[in-house]
Design a protein around this ligand. Structure first.
Ligand code: SF4
Length: 322
C-alpha cells in the first residue's frame, strides 16, 4: 500500500490526552483554555487507565496537546516533566506519541524528541497585525518565536507538523506569506511532513466575535497552497470543521490528502465532533477515494529516530500493513 497513491487519503487513528487545560495565553478565539492554576493536571495514573482502555482499539497515535505554563514560571519544570512522563508512558504502553504543547526551549525540544516520533506547532499566521487583535494577550503567538520553533525542529531532526489557522483577521496575502515561509524552512531542513489548513470555527467559549471561515473558500486556499508547498509535504484538513460532505470532497479534489488524527473528541474545537472512520470512508468512497490509516511519522523520517523508537514504529507499520 502506498501513501502517495493517487486515490489515497490518509488519517491517523489517534487519541488526544491533555496534560492541562490551563494556559497563560489568552487567544480570543480559544475554546480550550482555563486560567492558570484552575484545572488539575492529568496524572500518570489516570493516563495509564486511558491507555489500558485504548489497547485493543487500534489507536496508534497519542496526541499530547496542552495549555502552556509560562517559560519563566516556577511551575514550568513540573509542567514539562509531566508532559515528558506522559509521552514516556504512552511509548512504554506501545503507542506512538506526537506532542504539540506550544513553544519549547531548545533543551525541552531536545528531550521530547527522545519520547516522540514527531512533534507539531501551528505557525497560524506570520503577520504581526494579529498581535493587536486576537493575539493581544498571547505572548506565545509572537511570529518570530514560532518561526524559530520550526528552525529548531529542523536543527534537531524532528519530523514536524505545522499549519495555518484561517479566518482570524488575516488577508489572502498573509496566507501566501506564511505558506512561503513554511516552504522555505522545509527547503532548508526537509523536516515538515504535514501542513494543516484549519478553518476558524466559532465555539461556545471564545470571545472573538467573527463568522466561521467560509468553507467555500477552502478548496481555493488548498489549491494555491499545493502550488506553494513542495510535493513531499501533505496538506491536512480537519474533516469535522468542513461539515458539508461536498465541500470535504472539494477540499480533497483541490489537493488535501490527510484528515489528521481522528479521535473521539477534538479538544481544540470541542463543539465540532468528528465523524468516525466508517462515515468518512463512505463519503470518500463515493468519489473513488480510499481512506487508509497512517502513522504519526512518515516513512522518510524513520532514520531520524533512535533505535527503540524505530523498532516501535516498525511494529506499527507491520500491524497496519503499511
Ligand atoms: S489557543 Fe492555545 S495558546 Fe491560545 S489560549 Fe488557547 S490554549 Fe492557549
Amino acid at each position: 500500500m502506498s501513501l502517495s497513491g493517487q486515490n489515497i487519503v490518509t488519517y491517523s487513528p489517534a487519541y488526544t490526552i491533555v496534560p492541562t487545560y490551563e494556559c497563560f495565553n489568552r487567544c480570543s478565539y480559544c475554546n480550550f483554555r482555563t486560567e492558570p492554576g484552575k484545572s488539575p493536571w492529568l496524572t500518570l495514573e489516570a493516563a495509564k487507565e486511558i491507555f489500558l482502555q485504548l489497547k485493543n482499539q487500534n489507536v496508534c497515535e497519542i496526541l499530547i496537546l496542552s495549555g502552556e505554563v509560562h517559560p519563566h514560571s516556577a511551575r514550568r519544570e513540573a509542567w514539562f516533566e509531566r508532559i515528558y512522563d506522559l509521552c514516556a508512558l504512552a511509548l512504554a504502553m506501545g503507542f506512538l506519541p506526537h506532542t504539540n504543547v506550544g513553544p519549547l526551549s531548545w533543551t525541552e525540544m531536545q528531550k521530547l524528541k527522545t519520547v516522540n516520533v514527531s512533534m507539531g506547532l501551528m505557525l497560524e499566521q506570520l503577520t504581526p497585525k494579529l498581535l493587536n487583535t486576537v493575539h493581544r494577550h498571547a505572548p506565545s503567538k509572537l511570529p518570530e518565536v514560532r518561526s524559530q520553533q520550526l528552525q529548531w525542529a529542523g536543527d534537531l531532526k524532528i519530523p514536524f507538523t505545522t499549519g495555518l489557522l484561517l479566518g482570524i483577521g488575516e488577508t489572502d496575502a498573509d496566507w501566501w506569506e506564511t505558506l512561503t515561509a513554511i516552504s522555505e524552512s522545509h527547503a532548508h531542513y526537509h523536516h515538515i511532513q504535514e501542513v494543516i489548513l484549519q478553518p476558524h470555527s466559532p465555539g461556545t467559549v471564545q470571545t472573538f466575535d467573527a463568522p466561521p471561515f467560509d468553507p467555500h473558500q477552502l478548496p481555493t486556499v488548498i489549491a494555491k497552497a499545493r502550488e506553494i508547498l513542495p510535493a513531499d509535504m501533505t496538506i491536512q484538513i480537519p474533516p469535522n470543521l468542513v461539515e458539508d460532505e461536498n465541500w470535504l470532497l472539494a477540499c480533497i479534489a483541490a489537493g488535501a490528502r490527510d484528515l489528521g488524527g481522528i479521535s473521539p473528541k477534538d479538544e481544540v474545537n470541542p463543539d465540532y465532533p468528528h465523524l468516525q472512520e466508517q462515515e468518512l470512508r463512505n463519503i470518500l468512497e463515493s468519489r473513488g477515494w480510499e481512506l487508509v490509516p497512517r502513522l504519526p511519522l512518515y516513512p522518510q523520517f524513520d532514520e531520524w529516530l533512535g533505535a527503540g523508537l524505530q523498532q516501535q514504529v516498525q511494529e506499527w507499520r507491520e500491524r497496519f500493513k503499511l
